[in-house]
Design a protein around this ligand. Structure first.
Ligand code: A2P
Length: 289
């Protein structure tokens, strides 16, 4: 669980962490404390989730409870669509650090590629990187075209592209392209928001290996070299999702899961990557202190 992957700037990132999307502050806090207690060393949050404050409290209390320091933990957050642009990114990030009660984050991502703005956002993130406020910078939900466009303007190559990635939606083209570029792929919704868990093939494999469907999927991520951040608010599942190191999928079974790809997505660029995304009103004050 503490195994890391070396990002393209040399920073070590744990390969499995806790995601806190779709949880309120109180629940996020408790999930983070539970995860830290059970050995997780990486937490993925975003301003857009509206729970950076609870996550920050969880980090503080969780680290105290297990006697570890900030440097023992890898924290990711993301720039909200409504904050994109140079000055607004720098300003918003200060508020995010305050909410998280942190002096730096390990990884800062562009949450969605807001066209016409993501290059300026990236420049601001390069400044934060050079100023030592973030240890690595990356993107999320970038297709190959936008990735190439960003690279044409960037001084720092993104360390990460965080994508929706699960057995039913594998974005094979992006995984391949990012691999060539040295950009580590990270899976959001690795369990397909729960949908992949009921897939019959996954369940057959679960029976074969004597593990749960979630464990089969997360082990597949692991063997594919994809960093993964399953979300659960249940302590028992948080433990279950990290218990994937006592078995190995055969190459054949990895391939069987590879073949389940239906190019399924729950969110698309068109639904989300605009200035005022549905479900996340452009009401930045709501989250700012
Ligand atoms: P819950 O938080 O109630 O445990 P994803 O990370 O792919 O978005 O999937 C998260 C969804 O899967 C959540 O609804 C979460 O619910 C559920 N989930 C997480 N871990 C498990 C597990 N081990 N078994 C079953 N469901 C799980």
């Amino acid at each position: 669980l503490h195994t890391t992957t070396k990002l393209n700037n040399g920073v070590e990132m744990p390969r499995l962490g806790l995601g806190v999307w779709k949880t309120d502050n109180t629940t996020a806090k408790q999930s983070v404390i539970d995860a830290l207690k059970h050995g997780y060393r990486m937490i993925d949050v975003a301003k857009q989730y509206g729970n950076e404050a609870g996550t920050g409290e969880g980090i503080k209390e969780g680290l105290d409870a297990i006697g570890l320091n900030r440097k023992d933990l890898f924290v990711t957050t993301k720039i909200f669509n409504g904050d994109q642009g140079y000055d607004s990114t720098l300003h918003a990030f200060e508020g995010q650090l305050k909410r998280l009660q942190l002096s730096y984050v390990d990884l800062l991502l562009i949450h969605w590629p807001v066209d016409g703005k993501y290059i300026d956002t990236w420049r601001a993130m390069e400044k934060l990187y050079h100023d030592g406020k973030v240890r690595a910078i990356g993107v999320s939900n970038f297709n190959n075209e936008r990735m190439d466009n960003l690279l044409a303007h960037a001084n720092v190559t993104p360390a990460i592209n965080q994508m929706e990635f699960n057995p039913l939606g594998q974005d094979a083209d992006i995984v391949k392209h990012d691999g060539h570029l040295g950009v580590q792929v990270e899976a959001w919704s690795p369990l397909g928001g729960g949908a992949s868990l009921s897939n019959p093939t996954i369940n057959k494999l679960a029976e074969k290996y004597g593990k749960s469907a979630a464990q089969i999927i997360l082990r597949w991520d692991w063997q594919r070299g994809i960093v993964t951040i399953p979300k659960s608010t249940h302590e028992k599942r948080i433990v279950e999702n990290s218990d994937i190191f006592d078995f190995e999928l055969s190459d054949e079974d990895v391939e069987t899961i590879n073949k389940l790809d239906e190019d399924k997505r729950t969110l698309t660029y068109d639904m989300f990557a605009w200035h005022n995304p549905k479900g996340a009103p452009d009401d930045v004050d709501k989250w700012d202190d």
